[in-house]
Design a protein around this ligand. Structure first.
Ligand SMILES: NC(=O)c1ccc[n+]([C@@H]2O[C@H](COP(=O)([O-])OP(=O)(O)OC[C@H]3O[C@@H](n4cnc5c(N)ncnc54)[C@H](O)[C@@H]3O)[C@@H](O)[C@H]2O)c1
Length: 421
């Protein structure tokens, strides 16, 4: 039985813990959080009555003889925590995406895990969302020929969503020295960049251009990002991708998790694939015949797939954790490795540099050296003055509109927020 300790019992703990709870091969023996109330509430919620709580993660690691440490804290803490665990003899470390707030710290984690012979997993769960796994299988079978163009749109909706404090959650995410970028393009974007590489069968992109606004002063939206994949050969057409983040704050759209959803379109040499929903998958939109998880047009026919698959987003977490447990038990390489986790951070930093410097950015520029000499660093965007101005006003106005909409009968009878799945 593998002994697991988790560091950080914030919002995402409720999802990460599920992969361990469903596994007969592990036991969650301890958690660490500086906020003892957070830790207590989470253990209570999951009936983990014998799991110990530490307020100091180092003490937990020193005392518990752990096989696995799972790091679920703000990004600037990932490297020091991983380093401490690796040097203390922990066998496997899972670091929640993004692997770190800087590429320098990503390299530090990779290096120390190599030196100490630790299995390092960079945890990115969207790759394990069941409809996406099915989509990848179909793409690999050539259902749309060679994929040429990738597009993903993330729409922030009005909810209702799982309960959590927006203020607490955003406090560290809007500070670049803690987050590494903004809450959307960097923090959330890592998932989308992961899909943009994996579904297109690529390891990296060549160059990228973007526009990022900070309309509410704290959050990096709307954002529009375009990139070019490396060219395959002179006879192959260039391949591009794009990503958008927009907000539809009055879209009534119940989610068991965050108030957003993802929509993907991939066009290939002989067909088109649409992937409907991820984070809010399983809500009433998913249950309409117009919104099957996968739609493919090829060979003159429209076909749909994945209606029988679990669409709740939590299965992506369970799958990602199960992948790590399997590697820890049977050997192999986790999805993702440290190097792949670093590459996702490189991809997710590029849009900020492009937007700040209003120029095309190449992959090779995002290096620890350029972070040190400050030619390629994400600039701070948080401004108290602006937040108190249009940001707060906008959010209040938007909140009122949504409440009005719900009162007018928008509330869906069947699916509200379903915490106890
Ligand atoms: N995979 C996903 O879809 C997904 C979604 C949300 C967040 N995340 C990632 O999960 C991680 C945590 O995010 P969150 O939303 O849960 O954040 P959060 O702010 O809700 O929780 C962070 C927790 O870490 C604790 N903490 C802070 N400093 C600590 C320390 N020194 N020692 C021990 N505990 C400490 C805090 O008290 C808090 O309970 C981040 O890497 C984030 O990007 C992933």
């Amino acid at each position: 039985m593998l002994k697991v300790g988790l560091i950080g019992c914030g919002v995402i703990f409720n999802l990460n813990i599920q992969g361990y709870l469903f596994s007969p091969d592990v036991e969650v023996v301890a958690v660490a959080d500086t906020n003892i109330k957070n830790a207590g509430e989470k253990l209570d919620r999951w009936g983990l009555r014998t799991t110990k709580i530490y307020t100091d993660y180092k003490e937990m690691i020193d005392k518990e003889d752990l096989d696995i440490v799972d790091i679920l804290t703000p990004h600037h803490l990932h490297a020091p925590m991983a380093e401490y665990a690796a040097k203390a003899g922990v066998h496997g470390i899972s670091v929640q995406k993004p692997m770190a707030h800087t590429i320098t710290d990503c390299e530090r984690i990779i290096q120390v895990c190599k030196e100490e012979k630790v299995v390092l997993k960079s945890f990115e769960n969207f790759r394990f969302y069941p409809p996406y796994l099915k989509a990848k299988e179909l793409l690999d079978q050539g259902i749309i020929g060679t994929p040429l163009n990738f597009r993903i749109n993330t729409i922030g909706t009005g909810g209702p969503r799982m309960p959590y404090s927006l203020l607490k959650s955003y406090l560290w995410r809007v500070q670049v020295d803690k987050c590494g970028g903004g809450p959307l393009v960097y923090d959330d974007g890592i998932h989308k960049f992961s899909l943009a590489l994996w579904l297109m069968d690529e390891e990296r992109v060549d160059k990228l251009y973007s526009w990022i606004d900070y309309f509410s002063a704290t959050v990096d939206f709307p954002a529009n990002i375009i990139w070019k994949y490396p060219s395959k050969g002179t006879n192959d057409p260039p391949r591009y991708g794009s990503m958008e983040f927009c907000q539809g704050p009055n879209i009534y759209y119940p989610s068991n998790f965050y108030a957003c959803d993802e929509f993907i379109e991939i066009s290939g040499t002989k067909g088109i694939m649409w992937l409907n929903q991820c984070t809010s998958g399983g809500n009433f939109v998913s249950k309409t015949p117009q919104y099957p998880p996968i739609v493919v047009f090829s060979d003159g026919e429209v076909k749909t797939y994945g209606e029988d698959l679990p669409r709740d987003w939590r299965y992506s977490f369970i799958g990602a954790t199960q992948n790590f447990i399997k590697v820890m038990k049977d050997g192999g390489t986790p999805i993702y490795t440290g190097e792949q986790g670093r590459d996702l951070c490189i991809f997710a930093k590029m849009p900020y540099i492009s937007s700040q410097q209003q120029r095309e950015v190449s992959w090779e520029e995002i290096t620890p050296e350029n972070e040190q000499n400050k030619s390629c660093v994400v600039e701070e965007f948080f401004s108290k003055r602006k937040v108190l101005g249009k940001g707060i006003g906008y959010l209040r106005r938007v909140g009122k509109d949504l409440k009005k909409g719900i009162k007018q009968g928008l509330e869906h009878e069947k699916l509200k927020y379903e915490y106890d799945l």
